[in-house]
Design a protein around this ligand. Structure first.
Ligand code: AMP
Length: 438
């Protein structure tokens, strides 16, 4: 018999809101974290997104804050998120769960957007700040907000904060918080550097781990597909084949480099697929629009980079494709975790070229599992255009635009839209048109 939300010690207004959202039982992280947060303990939570982690800190935070009052420009809780998208997601959760507690308010402080509306939100003396570190520091330095009365600090996605270089900012922020406060620290992985950080920020925390560190979710059917060469044109060809032969409702497609995100999006569109792109160089407004379009089903395929897609919570994503094996093995766990969310089934397929085998070994060592290899039956040979990719080059990878050669290597426009075209690898030279196993 599972614990119920009632048994976790949440009050009627929160139970009603949770019921309205349709949750019947708490997820393991909620079951384990909520009682300790309510006891005002520090919590060290090892949990991936998709486990219900947001509610595990927002619900008890409401419970604690609903009794007190916020002073002028002195919010009582602070949630730090590494990306604007994640901060927006937490803000949406705040509105959902706080539906019957209208006395509690929030301000969302995220970079890349006009300061004025956020300054106006701060003037309304919000109880809770949901922020990305850079924008919060900016607001603090301009004197729009003081953190002297913060009672609860949430550091979410700590491993991502570390990857993105936000730790110095977080240290500056925490130096301005009262010493006696409650800190909740969440990370999908617990690498030694993360533990060290946790020791710095937490005092006698209750450790909670809902899945072993860096494990993959059981509802995801994930597999590797070996490709014989690293030709991008061949990868695009194999991807189109998968998209046409699998029941892909919608999918995240991950590339390691921003320029490949742009290139692949254009290529998919040329082949009649309904695709959009998401990477860190795009304007905030474009990112939000694209994400909304994907959420609403206006776009089926979202080609993206790791930074842009980390932690995004879109419930019904049928597939994840890794166009490239991620350089960082932990990103594999995050990428495939975009599907199979909240107990649903999902499929994640990763292309592996011969020069990516080391990256695969690192992933398998991390998740302590050998990933199934799958054969692509009936894939026609790829177009013979394109050269293998140059090895990773940080400077080059910053460029979003493809080189003229890459543009030339991109497949030509299809005669028909993908949905009604059964011909794979349009314009293939005849001598390459034979079925083969990959
Ligand atoms: P999170 O890990 O916070 O990103 O949440 C992942 C997904 O799980 C979100 O879509 C939530 O709406 C959903 N969720 C959170 N708690 C529950 C619950 N108790 N039962 C079912 N779904 C939940």
């Amino acid at each position: 018999m599972h614990t119920t939300f009632q048994e976790l010690g949440l009050s009627e207004n929160l139970l009603k809101a949770v019921g309205d959202v349709g949750y019947t039982t708490p997820t393991p992280i909620q079951e384990q974290a909520i009682p300790y947060v309510l006891q005002m303990r520090d919590v060290l939570g090892c949990a991936q997104t998709g486990t219900g982690k947001t509610a595990s800190f927002i619900l008890p935070m409401f419970e604690i804050l609903k009794e007190g009052r916020t002073k002028v420009r002195m919010p009582r809780a602070l949630v730090l998120e590494p990306t604007r998208e994640l901060a927006m997601q937490v803000a949406e959760n705040f509105d959902l769960y706080g539906k019957y507690l209208p006395q509690l308010s929030k301000a969302l402080l995220i970079g890349g957007e006009n300061l004025d509306p956020q300054i106006r939100a701060l003037k309304k003396n919000p109880d809770v700040l949901i922020a990305t570190p850079g924008r919060l520091l900016d607001m603090m330095e301009r004197g729009h907000v003081m953190l002297n009365d913060i009672k609860i600090l949430v550091i979410d996605e700590a491993d991502r904060m570390l990857d993105m270089g936000f730790i110095p900012d977080i240290e500056k922020i925490t130096a301005r918080l009262p010493f006696t406060r409650q800190t909740l620290f969440f990370s999908a992985t617990m690498a030694p550097e993360i533990r060290k950080l946790a020791d710095k920020f937490l005092s006698n925390p209750k450790s909670i781990s809902v899945t072993p560190p860096a494990s993959t979710v059981a509802t995801i059917d994930h597999a590797l597909i070996d490709l014989p060469t690293g030709h991008d044109a061949q990868k695009r060809h194999a991807l189109r084949y998968l998209l046409k032969t699998h029941e892909v409702q919608n999918a995240f497609i991950f590339c390691n480099r921003k320029r490949d995100v742009a290139l692949l999006e254009r290529s998919l569109k040329r082949h009649g697929f309904n695709a959009g792109a998401l990477h860190g160089d795009l304007d905030q407004s474009v990112r939000i629009k694209t994400l909304d379009a994907f959420r609403d089903g206006v776009i089926d395929l979202l080609v993206c980079s790791d930074v842009a897609a980390r932690g995004l919570d879109i419930a019904d994503v049928s597939h994840v494709f890794n166009f490239d094996v991620p350089f960082n093995p932990e990103d594999y766990v995050h990428r495939i975790g975009r599907t199979g969310r909240a107990g649903r089934a999902g499929v994640a397929l990763t292309f592996v070229t011969p020069d990516e085998t080391k990256q695969v070994q690192a992933i398998e060592a991390l998740i302590k599992k050998v990933i199934t290899r799958r054969v692509l039956e009936g894939l026609p040979a790829a177009p013979a255009s394109g050269k293998p990719r140059a090895p990773r080059d940080k400077k080059r990878s910053k460029r979003a635009a493809p080189t003229p050669r890459e543009q030339a290597a991109a497949p030509p426009a299809p005669a028909k839209a993908a949905s009604n075209s059964k011909a794979f690898g349009d314009h293939l030279p005849a001598f390459l048109r034979h079925a083969r196993k990959v």
